[in-house]
Design a protein around this ligand. Sequence first.
Ligand SMILES: C[S@@+](CC[C@H](N)C(=O)[O-])C[C@H]1O[C@@H](n2cnc3c(N)ncnc32)[C@H](O)[C@@H]1O
Length: 296
Amino acid sequence: MTPTPYVSYETAPKTAGHLREWAEAELALAGVPSPGADAAALTAYAYGWDVCEFAKHVRDVAPAAAFGRLADLTRRRGGGEPLQLIIGTAPFVGLSLAVAPGVFIPRPETEGLALWAEESIVDTDAPVIVDLFAGVGPLAIYLARRRADARVVAVEADESAASLLTDNASAYDVRVDVVVGDIRDEGIASRLPAADLVVANPPYVETAVIPTLPVEVREWEPRAALDGGVDGLAFYPVIAALAAKILREGGVVAVEIAESCGEVVSDILSTVGDVEVSRDLAGRDRYVRARKASGI
Ligand SMILES: C[S@@+](CC[C@H](N)C(=O)[O-])C[C@H]1O[C@@H](n2cnc3c(N)ncnc32)[C@H](O)[C@@H]1O
């Protein structure tokens, strides 16, 4: 790849808005998929402002130090480092969650699962919620904030992610009980409460597809957070079996899926109860839920 021709501050334009335009051009040249949005976020970050605050100062003259910082941030982003790891946070339905190298970065499509899961327990008082594969806690923390009457338990195998989850929950002043453990362990059910809702965004990328993912995913996010085995479905039978064990009658298990897997994951979750598939904002099958029938 041809190296990006970074320019010196002397030859660069001099207002904050011009710096953002410069960053956008550099990111576009480096092949970053959303150069405008990323340039806006990085320029605001270089100044220590949020994007709205930045808009107020867009015509101010830019100090050389801000350009130096932006040049460094732009070089990192152009080299494939995810925006969220550069700025240290990822947005999730109005939350701003701390992330760090080595953990999975919450995705916008998971926001739909959060809303659908919340809707599933709208009529349940003091629900018990279990978030499997919890990562840095987007689903657990969103649900804990929305349902002050809930008890929320999150299961995560990776200690760094579990520790960030705890920090994120403290930052939002909500209680989430974190269980560090492997969902496949025989004894995991005995560490979990009887639940009204089980949510899960498991690793679901087919092993063979991982090397073809964009560099910012395949080189910056942990394989264990992505790899769903040969067919991407390895974890769904484990979730179904665990949900069947811990869900109360009438309780719901709601999971995120790859867009082509609506039917097959519905089959797997039908062992728990009646299933439903839902779509993401792009109209692709993205979530499946099952309500536990009596006698299961
Ligand atoms: C796709 S990420 C989802 C994280 C989070 N729920 C979200 O939506 O951002 C899957 C997470 O599951 C964790 N994980 C992978 N295998 C696991 C296992 N066997 N038991 C528990 N957690 C696991 C990974 O460390 C990762 O944080």
